[in-house]
Every structure is written in C-alpha cells, then in structure tokens.
Design a protein. Structure first.
Lengths: 335, 366
C-alpha cells in the first residue's frame, strides 16, 4: 500500500494520503501510550498489592490516562526565569520527534509497514540517538543542578548502552545478510532469532532497558537521588512530552525486540491460521510485560556501576557474540 | 586540560530521600562529594522546654512525636524514668504488655526502614510489601491503644488500657505470619545482585569510629560491638527472655541491613515468649497517686530503642512538673558521623549511606 503510494506520481491526493496514514499511525501510537501507562500502573499495582487506577472510566480506570493528560494540558506553563528560554522550549520536541520517526520503519504486520527501507535497522538506531540531545538540552536549559546531573548521567548512559545494543544485533545482520527489517522477519520463518542468538537477546534486552531509562537503569531521573533528573523544572505538557517520548520508545523498542528476536508477525508453526497482527500483538505484549516486571523487581544501579557494567561486561559479550556468529557462519559455509 | 569547578548542591529540606525535613549542603565535583554539611532543626518543636511546664502524664503524648516510628519505646522511656525516681513496682501484666507493644513497635520501625531504604535504592515493590506487614502491626497497636502512630499508651505505673479480648491470640498468630513474610523479603531482596552491589562496602566505618562518634543501635552493632541494653543492662522484664544480639563486623551498609533484618527475627522471638508467659490475671496499673510528684533529685535511665540508645534525664524539685527534662535521642547522635562518611563518596551513595543510618527527623530535631 505504502509502496504503491511512494511509486505514484506526486499529487495532492498522494500527499494527503501520506498525511492521513501518518495521523492514523500517530493515533495508534498515542492509543498505545495511553493504555501502556494504564497497563503499567495496573500491572505494578497487581505486583505491589494495590489496585492501581480504578476511579476514572469504570473500575479498570480506562480513562485515567486521558484524565491525566487533560490535567497536564490545563496546567500553567512555567519556564524558570534563569532558564535558556528557546532551548528549554525546543528540548521536549527534540526528545519526542525521533521517538515517532523511528516507528516508520517498523513492520507491524506483513502488510502494514510504512517505509520498507533497506537500512531500516540502522535508521532506527541512528534516529533514536537524537533523543539524547533533547534530554541533554532540556537538562542544560533548565539551569538546575539536579537537571544538569540527570542529563549528564543520561548522556553517558545512552552512549554507553547504544554500543552494546548495536553490537548485539550485528549477529542477526550477519545471519540475515540485510539491514532491512522485513528481511530479518522473513529469515525467522522456521526458527526465531531468540534461539539462534540467545546471548544477543539478553544483551539486547538489558541494553534496551537502559536505553529506555527504565529501572534498574533509571538513573537519569533517579527519583530518590536527583528528585526527577533532567525534567525536574518541566511541568505541564512540556513534561508530558518527555514522558510521551519515553513511552513511545517503549512501544518502539518492544516492537523492535519482537521483530529482531521473536519473529515479528510470523506465526508459531501449525498455528498459521491466526493472523499476523495477533501474533505481533501477543509477542509485543509479552515483551512490554517483561519490562514492567523488571521495573517492579529490581533496585537501581549506581552511575559508576552502570558504566562499568556497560563497557566491561555487555560490550565484550556482544563482541564475543559477533565472533562466535561469524565462526559458525564460516563453518556452515565450508561444509 | 578540562577545567572543573566545584558545585554547591542543596539537598533538602524538601527532597524525597531525606526522610523528612533534613537538609545537606553538598560541595560536589562532578558526582563526587567533597564536603557535606548537614543542617538540622526544621522539625524542632522544643519538646524538652515544653515539658518543663507540663505534668508528667501530660508529657507522654509529646514523646510519641519524637520517634514517631517507634512511639511505644518513647512512651516507655519517660514512664521508666519517673518510675525509677519514685522507686515504683510495676504489675507483671503491665510489664508484659509493655514489652509486647515495644517489640512490635521495633518490628514496625525496622519494616519502615527496610521499605524506605529499598525505595531509596530504587526498588519500589518491597516498600509496599513491608507496609502490608507494618499495617498488621499498626492494627494490633490500634486495637490496644486507640492510636495508629501516636499511641499515648503507657502511663507512670503501668499502661492505660488492658489488652482487649483475643488480642494476645492475634499477636500469637502474627509471629509465624511475619516469619513467613520475612523469608519472602530475603528471597526478593537479600540475594539481589544489584542491591548487594549498591550497599556492600558502602559507608563503612571502624569500631573505634563508631564508639568515638557515640553511635548506638544497629549502627554500632554492625561494627562488631555487642552492645544492646536489653542484654547488657536489662530493664523491665527483658532478663526473662531468651534472645540473641545480632552482631556483624564489616561496618558497612550491608552489615547494618543484615543487623536490622536479624533484629526483626529476635524481636519476634521476644514477642513469642512474652505471649507464652503472659499472665492471665492481674492488674495492669500500679497504685499511683493522682498527682505524680517524684522526690527531688535527678535520674538518668537508658533503654534500647529501634534506633539505638534512647535516654531520659529528669531533674526534679519535688514538684508535679520536671525542673529539667532531657532526652538522649539516638537518631541525633547517629547522624553525627554522616559528614565523615560522605566525604569522597558518589552522590548515589549519599542516599544509601543516609538511609542506612536510619534517622527519624522528629527525633533528630526534638
């Protein structure tokens, strides 16, 4: 569908079509974010002997997040006097926009993928790196010491964990011979990469939790130390933008994990009558659940431990994984 | 060459991890603390001065508000001081009730510490689990005293209320339940790699330092000093119970954690024995004159609170109000070592060290 539109001649209709598809995707993602926040609160509540939201929107609190967002929209928009005004205003946007951009390349089912580009994986990793700049800018522009410490940590953390994240997927790229996410899914027709690349999966999972700034790697916003980290001076909808970015990344990262390691929309053998979208949804939800579960269970690492873990443990393991994968591929080729 | 600059960071008095209104002014270089200056007094209410104008029974509610996590112990220290001055005999039943509520309070206090400490370290769930068990204790104490935190339960010469029907049985049932939950905490938290990495070797000090800074409670016992007033100077009826004083030798945050967790178990042992020996009959209040007038003179008594050695000094001129009242508040003394511990540490460790000391601001500021 998208491919046909790309190949058609430019016209108002085509532009409008693109716009509508984009808006539709935005709605899907915002819908996800709304209910992911609710799901997170509900699952956390379930694990922590609480009920979670149960007032707004029936007994499952279905409208709680909507109410929260409305509240944030109504709040006063405060900008600290000594803040760097333009940077303060633009920082949430810089953090948020890439989160949406990366979704374009994620093939959600066999038919729905917005941009089937050759270097999809590279595109994802490259674009998601921009968010760090938004966080760093936000922390710097706030002119607050806690925010500065938070954004400093965040920059260090994002850079340190992006490397093992990228390194861990190289094994998959080697096995597939392509950076295209559709090709990677097609390669998992018989066996998901989770079983061919278990080490890579664990490295990827840990590094992605770190990339998402979630517990046990939530140092940039470590509540008990830095109060709220880089967004301590933000309020109202500017703050919501940071939070939205975080949850959109959760969506994107869980989708990417599903695509890279769990076979995307591919069905489990013999169950092919169930449509791909359902499979994708199921795998996706289990990844999100694991992320929430991790949050409910673990304490937070210390900044220096985080660094040494990233550089001294994850990176060598990722390199080892690449090494092993290449050897196995070569052996298969020679026999 | 990068030019670095020291930064002044003000932590508190409104900060999620200072456990109240405590403030520390930090001089930091990057994330490394160069100098730490604690600022206290935001919760100072002048309890000791107020007490000079109150009758002894009227002071008891004020003691509730010092260490509000273990108010029963504070009730006891005041009553104990007055009783010592008046050389009063306490009925056995009252003594048992006092020991049971004090030890339950000790467990509740350690549970709050456990939960909030884990919350400081970044783990959310244990906090809520600990508060579930604490709630069970609070319910028991509410049933006997009528208050949730500020009990105002003890009186000079005994306790205000007798145990309601079936209360002792509820306490008896609580002990195995708490043991089971405690095993669960160890499964969830004690074996956790990240938690161990965060607290092992953090904020360590030697036995000599602990003694010279006049630390007490778990902060002292974590360095290998076996000092617990319940054993060393038995007061009330503590000599009738069989329990250990947990001692660890490393002097770091992990040792303090282990020490407090073991103390919960020991407190459970005491509660279990006290419930077994609990006298069926008897008065819960001694014969006390309507207006309490200790003889002229002075006295100092000390007992073991969950946070350490709590003491009470009373100077009396034979009137119904004390001439001078002074509490030795363990949190205040334990906090003294903080600047020394923080020097050269990472900011993330600030929380692990401060939390490990287990302060209650109501007690620090008096």
């Amino acid at each position: 569908m998208i491919q046909n539109m790309l190949e058609s001649t430019p016209s108002y209709l085509q532009t409008g079509g693109f716009f509508l598809v984009g808006v539709a995707m935005l709605m899907v993602v915002l819908g996800f974010v709304t209910y992911a926040i609710l799901a997170e609160r509900k699952v956390l509540g379930f694990m922590q002997l609480r009920h979670g939201p149960n007032r707004v929107g029936g007994r499952f609190g279905l409208l709680q997040t909507v109410a929260d967002i409305l509240k944030l929209l109504l709040k006063e928009d405060t900008i600290p006097r000594d803040a760097d005004r333009p940077l303060f205003i633009i920082a949430p946007v810089i953090a948020f926009a890439p989160a949406f951009l990366v979704i374009a390349v994620l093939p959600l089912t066999e038919r729905i993928s917005f941009a089937n580009i050759g270097v999809g994986l590279l595109y994802y990793i490259a674009i998601s790196g921009i968010t760090t700049i938004g966080i760093l800018a936000g922390g710097w522009a706030s002119n607050n010491k806690y925010a500065l410490l938070g954004s400093m940590r965040s920059a260090a953390q994002m850079i340190s964990y992006e490397i093992p994240l990228v390194m861990s997927v190289i094994g998959i790229v080697l096995l597939t011979g392509s950076l295209n996410l559709n090709d990677i899914i097609a390669e998992q027709q018989s066996v998901a990469f989770l079983f061919k690349q278990p080490l890579a999966f664990f490295i990827f999972l840990i590094a992605s939790v770190a990339e998402l700034n979630r517990t046990p790697f939530d140092l940039p916003e470590a509540e008990s130390e830095l109060v709220a980290g880089y967004h301590v001076e933000y309020s109202g909808f500017r703050w919501a933008f940071f939070m939205l970015a975080e949850y959109v990344y959760l969506f994107a990262m869980a989708s990417l994990t599903t695509i890279l390691f769990l076979g995307g929309w591919q069905a489990i053998p013999y169950l092919t009558f169930i449509p791909g979208a359902v499979w994708f949804g199921l795998k996706f939800i289990s990844v999100v659940f694991v992320m929430i579960w991790i949050r409910a269970t673990f304490p937070r690492l210390r900044a220096d431990q985080l660094m040494s873990f990233g550089w001294k443990v994850l990176l060598p393991l990722a390199l080892l994984n690449i090494f092993l994968t290449t050897i196995v591929i070569e052996l298969f080729r020679s026999f | 060459m990068i030019r670095t600059e020291e930064m002044l960071l003000n932590v508190g008095p409104q900060h999620p991890s200072t456990h109240g209104v405590f403030r520390i002014v930090l001089k930091i270089d990057g994330e490394i603390i160069k100098e730490a200056t604690p600022v206290i007094g935001y919760l100072h209410r002048g309890t000791e001065k107020i007490a000079e104008n109150l009758q002894y029974t009227q002071i008891i509610p004020y003691t509730d508000r010092m260490d509000y996590l273990a108010a029963m112990t504070n009730n006891y220290i005041l009553c104990h001081a007055v009783e010592t001055m008046m050389a009063m005999e306490i009925p056995e039943r009252a003594d048992y009730l006092r020991v049971i509520v004090m030890e339950l309070g000790r467990i509740a206090s350690h549970l709050v510490w456990f939960g909030t400490y884990l919350l400081d370290i970044g783990a959310m769930s244990p906090f809520l689990y600990a508060f579930r068990e604490r709630e069970a204790i609070i319910n028991l104490l509410t049933e006997i005293s009528g208050g949730r935190l500020t009990f105002n339960y003890m009186r000079v010469g005994g306790v205000k209320w007798d145990a309601p029907d079936g209360w002792i049985d509820k306490v008896r049932e609580f002990v195995p339940y708490m043991r089971e939950q405690l095993a669960g905490y160890h499964d969830l938290v004690t074996g956790n790699e990240i938690f161990m990495a965060r607290i092992k070797g953090v904020g360590a000090y030697s036995k000599e330092d602990a003694l010279s800074y006049s630390l007490s409670g778990a902060n002292l016992r974590c360095t290998g000093v076996k000092w617990d007033l319940r054993k060393n100077e038995p007061y009330s009826i503590y000599d009738r119970f069989n329990f250990d004083v947990p001692v660890f030798h490393e002097g770091d945050a992990l040792a303090r954690y282990n020490c407090r967790m073991a103390e919960i178990e020991e407190a459970l042992k005491i509660v279990e024995q006290a419930v077994e020996q609990f006298p069926e009959e008897g008065p819960f209040m001694a014969k006390v004159p309507r207006i309490i007038k200790p003889p002229a003179g002075e006295t100092y008594v000390r007992i073991e609170s969950p946070r350490g050695e709590i003491g009470c000094y009373i100077a009396s001129k034979g009137k119904k109000e004390p001439y001078r009242l002074k509490f030795r508040r363990p949190s205040f003394y334990n906090l003294q070592i903080l600047p020394k511990l923080l020097e050269g540490e990472n900011i993330s460790n600030l929380i692990a060290i401060l939390g490990g000391i287990d302060i209650v601001l109501g007690e620090v500021d008096g």
